[in-house]
Design a protein around this ligand. Structure first.
Ligand code: NDP
Length: 335
């Protein structure tokens, strides 16, 4: 039994740079009540994994890492209903531990993978696409044609937001660093882009909106863009702050929202949407429909062997990547 349960896991014992990640090998115990053993086939790399590793979002240590993967159920514990060995499943919120060849996971975290959706495709789109959908459809739904600014437009969440916007007839302006990333964002649904390596964000947004500013900014960059994001908004506009790639935004003086014209600020997380069963079901269904229709075609910007998780994270945090990054438990990779 030991060899079947043999698994390779990425763990870290202290918060820090990517070199704190190490590979360890364990034998998984049998699944407990409500749990299954899942063999991963493709693992999604997300910027939140870096927040966990750095200690920005503290977790008890030592810890595994990773919130999202696709795989096949190998064994089912007591009290698990509706799942059988051999089922293809995915998850996008779970106890940390996706960076592993296998894992134990609560069955309630799993979603069945429909036929016709490849494992790598789903791992590239699940957490990030659900985030983009939740932002555009639920946090501050955009009306067709209403302009909105989306930061990190060539990134994992960003390029999927562009594709969803195109499918829904929404008008997103993408901000990204460098001409190549801007071209990539436009090719994936952004109506216009702002190259932040050479353009002033606020002036560019004013220029693109006839001086009015945008009613919504979706900002995942945080510290570095916070002030400019507020300045890009028109009165009654909303700043949707959903990440901290450059560090957490500064504390907010509410008087600033008044001064700039009755602004709104919100800080959504996918976890909140996922926690509500009906919302989760609706978002997942919509995501699968977009995949099946061909509207959503995630771009895998890098594939890394699981053992090279540290390299994947270094690439992501150094802003070198575009699209979604995957860790593959076995074999086939190129990056
Ligand atoms: P990305 O692929 O978008 O990578 C992050 C991008 O942020 C970079 O490519 C870079 O784009 C931009 N960036 C700007 N400044 C920095 C900086 N100082 N360091 C690193 N990157 C910087 O990552 P993901 O798609 O995984 O995630 C995108 C964002 O969405 C993250 O902030 C993440 O935390 C957030 N998120 C939030 C969720 C939620 O529930 N609230 C769920 C999922 C993701 P450029 O060089 O073009 O500026």
């Amino acid at each position: 039994m030991g060899s079947e349960r043999h698994t390779e896991v990425i763990v870290f014992d202290r918060a820090g740079e990517a070199d704190v990640l190490r590979v360890t090998e364990v034998d998984l115990p049998p699944p407990g009540p409500g749990e299954v053993v899942l063999r991963h086939t493709a693992i999604g790399v997300n910027f939140v994994d870096i927040y966990h590793r750095r200690g920005l979002y503290p977790v008890p240590l030592p810890s595994g890492l990773g919130l999202e993967a696709v795989g096949v159920i190998e064994a089912v514990g007591p009290e698990v209903q509706g799942w059988v060995p051999g089922a293809r499943v995915a998850y996008a919120q779970a106890p940390l531990g996706a960076y592993a060849t296998r894992r134990l996971i609560p069955a309630e975290a799993l979603v069945a993978v429909p036929d016709g959706i490849e494992d790598e495709t789903l791992a590239a789109v699940f957490l990030k696409g659900l985030t983009a959908l939740a932002l555009l459809r639920r946090t501050r739904p955009l009306a067709p044609g209403e302009p909105a600014l989306f930061h990190a437009a060539a990134g994992g969440v960003g390029h999927l937001a562009g594709q969803i916007a195109r499918a829904l007839g929404l008008n997103l302006i993408g901000a990204a660093r460098g001409a190549e990333k801007c071209a990539f964002a436009r090719a994936h649904g952004y109506e216009a882009t702002i190259d932040t390596s050479r353009e002033d964000l606020v002036s560019a947004v004013r220029r693109l909106t006839g001086g009015a500013g945008v009613p919504v900014v979706y900002d995942s960059v945080g510290a570095a863009t916070w002030q400019a994001s507020l300045e890009c908004l028109r009165p009654f506009g909303m700043l949707v702050s959903f990440g901290n790639a450059s560090g957490p935004p500064p504390p907010l003086d509410l008087r600033e929202l008044a001064r700039r014209g009755s602004l709104y600020v919100t800080r959504p997380t996918l976890a909140t949407y996922w926690a509500d069963a009906e919302t989760r079901r609706a978002l997942v269904e919509e995501l699968f429909a977009l995949l099946r229709s061909g509207a959503l075609t995630p771009v895998v910007g890098g594939r890394y062997p699981l053992r090279e998780a540290a390299r994947a994270q270094r690439d992501l945090e150094s802003r070198r990547t575009h699209g979604s990054l995957l860790l593959l438990p076995t074999g086939r990779t190129s990056s």
